[in-house]
Design a binder for this molecule. Structure first.
Ligand SMILES: [Zn+2]
Length: 287
């Protein structure tokens, strides 16, 4: 072995030892890792994940991958996300949330007059219904284990393209209304509505705004919502399998005509259901 080679080897092992000492001194090295998403989208961090957190909220990984759903109203900016691996390693990254401008929808000459000028009785009814639903769809510190898989199944056979109105900012005869929390699909009257994944029925109800509605809990804080149904064929607490028919497309509640409304809440975040229908490897990923 010549001197140069020996010196190179010594330098190599010295730098290795120094690097090791450095990591031992500072176990949580600031990570330059990041991921960029728009409001209503989902970010992922793949590989041996056990627990995931976004700021102060934490949840379990799904099949070793951390998912970070971003609410349509989450303030644009930079957030800290982290993951705990099965090996016990804690890593952090930055979640960059960009604003997604809402599509403007102005509904004019609305046919159902009870939704144009809402009576005090119906207002009270809607408040009561929201008080029942909101705790069911909001973030929970403890969630049931995931029973769904990604991508989720289609909510109807031969699913047409969505109306692109997720998160739409709406006015009705010029008066502002709440943002649209789901995606509308032009599926015809009486067509079967399918559960997007395995799960358990959380709630089945006739509600003022959403009409005949079914809410399904898929575990890991993922809840799917199906509104304006003509009828439903499931009961609360019933176990559901992916692709199972849960009801028929209709026009109940505040609608201008028959269609299928699908909404998704994940860890309390209202997200575009379209992002769960794509291959998860196409989601923005931490790197
Ligand atoms: Zn809708």
């Amino acid at each position: 072995m010549n001197v140069v080679r020996l010196l190179t080897l010594i330098v190599f092992y010295l730098s290795l030892a120094m690097a090791q000492a450095q990591t031992q001194k500072t176990p949580s090295v600031i990570s330059p890792k990041s991921v960029s998403v728009a409001q209503g989208q989902v970010a992922r961090w793949a590989g041996n994940c056990l627990r995931c957190s976004l700021e102060k909220r934490a949840w379990a990984a799904v099949n070793g991958t951390c998912y970070y759903p971003v609410d349509m109203d989450m303030k644009p900016g930079h957030y800290t996300i982290s993951r705990r691996t099965t090996g016990g390693k804690l890593e952090t990254a930055t979640l960059n949330v960009a604003a997604k401008e809402c599509v403007q929808e102005d509904l004019k000459n609305f046919p159902k007059l009870e939704y144009v000028n809402v009576s005090t009785q119906n207002q009270a009814r809607a408040v009561k219904e929201a008080a029942l639903v909101n705790p069911l769809i909001s973030f929970k510190t403890k969630e049931r284990p995931a029973v769904f898989d990604l991508p989720v199944g289609k909510p109807a056979h031969n699913l047409p393209k969505g109306e692109g109105n997720f998160g739409a900012c709406r006015t009705l005869n010029g008066q502002p209304r709440d943002r649209h929390t789901g995606q509308d699909y032009p599926v015809g009257m009486g067509k079967p509505v399918l559960s997007v994944g395995n799960g358990r029925v959380l709630l089945v109800a006739n509600q003022f705004y959403s009409g005949n509605s079914v809410y399904i809990d898929h575990g890991n804080g993922l809840i799917s919502e199906y509104f304006h149904l003509k009828s439903y064929s499931v009961k609360a607490n019933q176990t559901i399998t992916k692709g199972q028919s849960i009801g028929l497309v209709g026009e109940t509640g505040r609608v201008t005509g028959p269609h299928l409304h699908v909404g998704v809440r994940w860890h309390g975040a209202c997200i575009n259901p379209g992002y769960l229908l794509i291959d998860p490897s196409d989601m923005p990923a931490v790197n």
